[in-house]
Design a protein around this ligand. Structure first.
Ligand SMILES: [Zn+2]
Length: 153
């Protein structure tokens, strides 16, 4: 699997979400700084480590070990893992929504998304750290969504 932008592999920690008890993936501050709306950003504690909760049913997006949480409404963008709507981005850097991927597969039987995104990654154009709420490369999410849709057509 290709990875990108130095954020590449997200490491699962043993720190669990206060709400869903899901193990969090550590994210860099720059990800929160890029994606929190103004009110939430004003609560950010820059000396703390934050974690991403990937549980679909959970309203918490980021948390720290002091039980501080940022929820879905604190972000400027919908979170792929937590919002199943068709217009939600899977690839936040190059604008691949679920709808765009689904439409491409409907039309052509396959999706060029992974190929195209990989090309951009190779050319160092990827900005997952500041664009993607999970703070790491989107390719895993994109390719599993493609597999899921391809089964339908
Ligand atoms: Zn959670």
């Amino acid at each position: 699997m290709e990875s990108c932008c130095g954020a590449s592999k997200s490491v699962t920690s043993n720190v669990v979400c206060p709400l869903s008890k899901t193990k969090g993936k550590q994210v860099k501050l720059i990800t929160l700084e890029g994606l929190l709306n103004a009110n939430a950003l004003a609560q950010l504690e820059s000396d703390k480590t934050y974690y991403f909760c990937s549980e679909q049913e959970c309203n918490v997006v980021y948390f720290n070990e002091e039980q501080q949480v940022f929820i879905k409404n604190d972000l400027k963008v919908p979170v792929f893992q937590k919002d199943l709507k068709e217009d939600v981005l899977a690839c936040y850097c190059f604008n691949w929504t679920r709808a765009r991927i689904r439409e491409e597969i409907k039309q052509t039987g396959k999706s060029e998304a992974v190929h195209e995104i990989s090309m951009h990654i190779k050319a160092n154009r990827c900005g997952c750290e500041v664009n993607n709420p999970q703070g790491s490369c989107c390719l895993g999410n994109v390719s599993s969504f493609i597999k899921q849709v391809e089964k339908l057509y």
